[in-house]
Design a protein around this ligand. Sequence first.
Ligand code: SF4
Ligand code: SF4
Length: 147
Amino acid sequence: MLVKGKKTLFQDFYFFETLTGMIITLKEFFFGTKVTISYPEERRQYSERLRGQHYIKATNGVENCTACMLCPTVCPSECIHIEAGERQDKEKYPKTFEIDILRCCFCGMCEEACPKDAIKLSTIMEMSTSYRPIYDRAFLSEQRGNK
Ligand code: SF4
Ligand code: SF4
């Protein structure tokens, strides 16, 4: 049978435990490691392996994408929408190229599947917006300039 020991008034108020907790809190408050940053003035350094915002690569000013539709086919989130057009040199190009970034899970499968090395994921993560972000062709090309 479990016999409970008699507690003193000092123990009843958990004085020692409360004091220890307060000392730890104050120590962390004044001398602890800083875990937050003042975004956007400060930016975090991400790993080179991070899969961040997409961009469309270009060669000699012409985007590599030939609207082959492989990336929307493999995309598990079905968040890529492409409409193909035809260029003067008879090569196809993406007349419309949109990524619904709120549905994207940043798996990188579009990048893996692309035979033209056109769609890439950067190490940039600037996702804070007040609207639903759809990355269109102009934005994806503009992002290339940040690389
Ligand atoms: S990273 Fe994955 S989920 Fe996002 S667009 Fe590419 S394939 Fe789709
Ligand atoms: S980005 Fe690559 S995989 Fe996607 S449509 Fe263009 S060429 Fe095809």
